[in-house]
Design a binder for this molecule. Sequence first.
Ligand SMILES: *[C@@H]1O[C@H](CO)[C@@H](O)[C@H](O)[C@H]1NC(C)=O
Length: 494
Amino acid sequence: MKAKIVAATSVLAASVAAQQTTWGQCGGIGWTGATSCVNGAACTSYNAYYYQCIPAPTTTAGRTTTTTTRVVTTPTTTSRVTMTSRTLTTSTRTTTPGTSSRTTTTSSRTSSRTTTTSTRTTTGASGSCPTNFVSTSGKEFRLNGKKFYFAGSNAYYIPMYGPNDFGDMDAALDAFAGSGLKVLRTWGFADFAGPQQDYVTVFQNWSTVPPTILETQEAGLPRLDHVIAGAEARGIKIILPFVNNWGDYGGIDLYVQKVVGSGGTHDAFYTNTAIKNIYKNYVKTIVNRYKNSPAIMAWELANEIRCAGTTLSASSSCNPSVTTAWAKEMSEYIKSLDPCHLVAVGDEGFFNIAGRSEYVYNGGPGIDNAALTALASIDFGTFHMYPIPWGMSWDWGNQWILDHAAQADTLNKPMVFEEYGVTRDSGLRDTYHQQYHNTVFANSIAGDMFWQFGTTVPNWGKSYDDGYSIYPSDTYEWQTFVVDWAAKMASKNT
Ligand SMILES: *[C@@H]1O[C@H](CO)[C@@H](O)[C@H](O)[C@H]1NC(C)=O
């Protein structure tokens, strides 16, 4: 998930012959077709690479555009826009120093630093890895010598609590473990340029180039240490991405802006040597820090790589072979540092199939899930799913799951349904969560991780709700789609 849709009607020149149909492409870099939409749809910038005709929100009272502004303590200004055919919800999150009511205490800090380096069996000369590390066997995962089908979730925000909000981290991890969810995906990146603010988590400070990694400062990696150690103590496995395709917490655009400058395109990230070396240095620091921890299920190259990002567009030379070559280089690099943890790409699962016209199947985002997952240094495939912003339907979601289960069958590698959700406002949440779970359960999907886990913790309060979150207070959904579902997926392991 992402700030991937920018509502921007009338951003295009109006010189148009034909009008594009609903859900059709209506602009973006390289686009030469119609740039206006039929009545009832608005040409909307999905990213600089792709604009599409989205049905306009209805004007019925209560179903019109809603904008909320929430001030939270995150290190970047973030826009998240969630669209459905009936609603358009925008939230803007802004960093505002001094608004936090939380207090700083340093008492819990010392204890948290040491736990992640617990005694571990190292990879012996035999090449065997610890059995309490997750491994793969064909299309399945293994853990402690047994099958490891799982339900998990995303909670990107847990390392972002601070300062010294270890009580909040512990409370969130307790709630996660208590739900029965087994795998947590959370952000292993926090790229930031600017003056230090105590409660803003910063793993990599881009005030200088090359950036500085905050290895010891409280605002930096000690926060991630506490999450990894806390997961280890609770038997939670973590999937940890190293950079964001999107602008939240810095992201690829920040790398490009800082290293290449104003003329840089998003995909310079995949080809520029200086950028690749900075990324590798960050990866090396994180991997070496936690390489002995059984809490790490998998390193992930990035969250949702694409040719284009939030603010920077793609160059004309970017295509799936560029992102695949980058993924090969970086995954091989990680394997050279740590041969015992799994490595995944973290892509959205887009296909690049000749003859297909839909954006999600035609390579348009610059991604080829089949090629990425087939890489020898990639252990399992990932896919995400946001049907409505992608111009597809909720029903089609079942097909998308089947498409990736078929990919798992073909490649004989596990496939993880790593992000998806149904917005609360759609009124279809129960219907489609149930359908998707049924499809997952009956097909070759090794792990299922909805976006995202909602919780309420002492200092921070309720976790940010982008419309997709499921909280314990969503009583039926929590019980059915979190607690019972986790138990059902685990039943495959007996
Ligand atoms: C980043 O570095 C700059 C320059 O050294 C410094 O002024 C700033 O406080 C640093 N920010 C963080 C978050 O450490």
